[in-house]
Each structure stands twice: as structure tokens, then as C-alpha cells.
Write a protein that binds this ligand. Structure first.
Ligand code: EPZ
Length: 417
């Protein structure tokens, strides 16, 4: 079983180049199905989730070639089959296929996505939106089927600005008859990036990145190429690594606009930043201050940064409080951090963190993708050796993360033990 082993205490220095955003690459790969042709996507293709979504699409006839630089998807031979249920349950993002396939074939059946360990992750908002667009939804035996002879543009109000529901409904609406308005839409940069790709295929999507998205249906879409935006969560993870190791590093290939909530919080803590035109020099050498965090939909503080921030706050003198408002079970990393000598008390959706002088290295688990990243950060700062198991979680969303940290000077290796 693979493990990441870190000997804590090294200072970091140098530059790290940030990869393409997992949460942009996945919906863009799915959206390419709408072209009925050949699309090319430049991406950090070695992400595990990219391979899973590719397998899901291959299971319904897509021809996908992944090489170091590029993902080439030919969806001309896609059939209206049922994707492999086990793959769909393995990764929730697979459910994004519903929109494009319903749009292209007028009916589609797929296994209900599994929840995952951070929450039940329902799909009610996705289905309510499809019904608003004129689809009939049949649920049963762990499957959901949607049917619509023609999708008709409609006004949809999302009870919650769900990222996935916004993306699924955008992809269902781009070839619907007439205009669709999605209100209380998610505003994450990845939504805007998906709209950029859809529009390069010939869609008419305006307002992506704001709470109201308007989509005028077109008759068909064409092939397009796309370079996804950078991964703001990977960038934030390295910014927090500078803080927890009291180092100064440069992160490259970033856009400050997408990092504003993270920059604001880290600045409040005393981390100083020098913002360049596509890079940021992060200086974590100052004495840091405790802060309170509340995760919110974008442009609030991202839930995907909550675990990494918890690791950092464990080493900051004073009391910090984290409130997780997005997912109901996203504090599993707290138990692992307390094993390392942290002082975290959980109370429902809140975690109270008393900073400690030192964390001590030990055997820990990656409880989920971002919890795993949090273990790397705490291992970098801990006294002695930290051994992280279940690192398959980490590989879902970070490309060669240990190589990137090693290049910055960390004493970190991946072993097959
Ligand atoms: C996306 O998940 C991201 N995944 C998640 O990143 C991210 O944490 C999340 O958005 C929030 O920003 C991808 O983009 C592939 P949601 P998604 O629908 O779309 C509730 C990572 O670490 N909800 O915005 O599944 C849901 O239960 C991953 O990279 C409903 O109630 O998130 C949750 O509480 C983790 N009904 C909240 O909304 C629905 O129909 C946010 O979920 C849909 C969602």
C-alpha cells in the first residue's frame, strides 16, 4: 500500500507551478460530449479523477486519449448506454454526465452517485432543475432516469448555489428551446471556465460567475479546444504550506482574483504576500495570529481549503474557530490532527482549535482528498516522521504533490510499503 512519509522541520524555498483545476477539468471533459466530435483539453491529466471520468465516458463509447499534456475526447461514437454503475458511484462528479446526455439523446439512465465521507451529497437540486426544463425523472433501484423529447428553456431558482447542479443544468440548457435563467447559481471560477468552454463550442451563456446565468439554446455545438484555469485549491494548499513551515516561496501560474478569500484570511493571520501578474510570493516567516473561519460558497472562504487551514491553525498560538457550513461531515481530519498532538474540540459544524507549540509526527490517514492534503501540511511542520496512509484520496486532486514539495526542499517521499 502506498504511503507518503515526511520528516518534518524543513524550511521550504523556491517556486512551485500550479496545475490545472480538477474542478474545472472534470466538467469540461463531460461537456465535450455535447460537441459530438473531437475536443482537446490541456490539463494535468495525471489526476486520478480525470482517469475515472474518462473510464465512465469510455463505458458509453467515448474515445479518450490521455497523454502528458493533453486529453483528447472523441464523443462522435457515444451511445445512449448506461455508464458503469461502480465507476459512477466511485466519483460523484460522474453525475454531471446527466445534463449533456439528456440534451444530446433526450433520455438517460445513470446510477445514483454515492455520497462520500464528507457528506450525503444529494442530487435533488440537479433533478428539480431538469424537471423545470421539461424532463420526466424516474427514480428506483439505485438509478435515476431522465426523459425529455425536447428540453424547454425555463427559469430555475436553486435553493442552494450548488456547483454541480449549476454545471449540470448549464449543460442541459445549452441546446434547450428558448432561454433558461438559473438564479442563485454557484459563482465559483470553475463555473465561469465551463461557460467559456461551452461558448467556444457555440453556446450562448452569459452571466457565469455571477448568481444569475442566462442561456439561450442553440441547435448544435461544435468541437473546441480548451485550457482550464489553474487550481486555486492547490495554490491555497501551497500558500498554507509556507505559513505552517515559516517559509517564503513563490507560487506560479495563478490569478489573484480567484484567490481573494484565501489571500484575505492568510493576510489577517500575518502571512505577507507580494502579488505579481501571474504569481504570488508568500512569506510565512512572521509570527501568525489566530483567526475565525466560516466556509461559504464562492466568493466566501472555500470549504475545500478548510482542512488545510485547520492544520495551519493548529500551530498558531491562541484560539481559532472554524465553522463548516457546506458539508455536514468535513472534520474527519481533526481526529488525525489530534493524534499528532493538536488541540481541537468539535461541536457540530464548529471546531475550536487551541494552537500548540509543536505537532509530533506519527502514523495518520488521509480521511478524504483535502484531509489528506492537511496531513501533508501538518507533517511538514511536525517534529519527527509522519507516515500518511490511504493516499489514494490525495491523488484524486493533486498531481505528484510530493514531488512538488520535494522540489521546494521538503523531506518527503512516497513509498509502496
Ligand atoms: C463541488 O462539489 C466540488 N467538486 C467540491 O470539491 C466542492 O467542495 C463543492 O463543489 C463545493 O464548493 C467538483 O467540482 C468536482 P455542491 P459539488 O453541489 O458540486 C448540497 C474537492 O475537494 N447539495 O456545491 O458536489 C450538498 O449536499 C471537492 O475538490 C444539495 O443539497 O458540491 C452540499 O452540502 C469536494 N442538493 C452543498 O450543497 C444538491 O442537489 C454543496 O454541494 C446538490 C448539492
Amino acid at each position: 500500500m502506498e504511503r507518503i512519509v515526511i520528516k518534518g522541520g524543513s524550511k521550504l524555498s523556491g517556486t512551485v507551478k500550479i496545475s490545472s483545476a480538477k474542478n474545472s477539468v472534470l466538467p469540461v471533459i463531460v461537456a465535450s460530449v455535447l460537441s459530438c466530435g473531437r475536443c482537446e483539453i490541456d490539463s494535468s491529466a495525471m489526476l486520478e479523477d480525470v482517469h475515472v471520468i474518462s473510464e465512465v465516458l469510455r463505458s458509453i463509447g467515448a474515445d479518450i486519449c490521455i497523454n502528458k499534456e493533453k486529453i483528447i475526447i472523441d464523443s462522435s461514437h457515444i451511445r445512449n448506454g448506461e455508464p458503469t454503475g461502480e465507476l459512477v458511484r466511485k466519483m460523484r462528479a460522474s453525475f454531471l454526465i446527466m445534463g449533456p446526455m439528456l440534451s444530446r439523446f433526450g433520455r438517460f439512465k445513470i446510477s445514483l452517485p454515492g455520497g462520500c465521507n464528507i457528506g450525503t451529497r444529494p442530487i435533488d437540486l440537479h433533478l428539480k432543475g431538469m424537471i423545470a426544463l421539461g424532463a420526466d425523472i424516474i427514480l428506483g433501484h439505485g438509478y435515476v432516469e431522465a426523459k425529455a423529447s425536447r428540453l424547454i428553456g425555463s427559469k430555475i431558482y436553486l435553493d442552494f448555489p450548488s456547483v454541480g447542479a449549476t454545471e449540470n443544468l448549464m449543460m442541459a440548457a445549452v441546446m434547450a428551446e428558448g432561454e433558461t435563467i438559473i438564479e442563485n447559481a454557484a459563482e465559483e471560477p470553475e463555473i465561469e471556465d465551463l461557460a467559456t468552454f461551452l461558448n467556444s463550442m457555440g453556446s450562448q451563456v452569459v452571466g457565469a460567475g455571477t448568481g444569475t446565468i442566462k442561456i439561450l439554446g442553440v441547435n448544435n455545438l461544435k468541437e473546441a479546444n480548451h485550457t482550464p484555469i489553474f487550481d486555486r485549491i492547490e495554490a491555497g494548499t501551497f500558500m498554507m504550506a509556507a505559513g505552517i513551515t515559516k517559509s517564503k516561496i513563490k507560487i506560479e501560474g495563478v490569478n489573484e482574483e480567484h484567490l481573494k478569500p484565501i489571500i484575505a484570511k492568510l493576510t489577517e493571520m500575518g502571512i505577507s504576500m507580494e502579488i505579481g501578474n501571474n504569481n504570488i510570493i508568500v512569506d510565512g516567516t512572521n509570527e501568525l495570529r489566530p483567526v475565525d473561519i466560516k466556509t461559504m460558497p464562492y466568493p466566501g472562504f472555500p470549504t475545500d481549503m478548510q482542512a488545510q487551514m485547520m492544520s495551519l491553525l493548529c500551530t498558531v498560538k491562541g484560539t481559532s474557530v472554524i465553522t463548516e457550513t457546506i458539508f455536514e461531515n468535513r472534520f474527519m481530519h481533526a481526529t488525525e490532527l489530534n493524534r499528532m498532538g493538536a488541540n481541537i474540540k468539535l461541536d457540530g459544524r464548529s471546531a475550536v482549535i487551541e494552537g500548540v507549540k509543536k505537532l509530533s509526527g506519527c502514523e495518520v490517514k488521509a480521511t478524504d482528498l483535502r484531509g489528506g492534503a492537511a496531513m501533508i501540511l501538518s507533517g511538514l511542520a511536525a517534529e519527527g516522521k509522519t507516515e500518511i496512509s490511504d493516499i489514494y484520496h490525495i491523488d484524486r486532486g493533486y498531481v505528484n504533490i510530493e514531488e512538488k514539495f520535494k522540489k521546494l526542499g521538503a523531506d518527503i517521499d512516497r513509498y509502496d510499503i
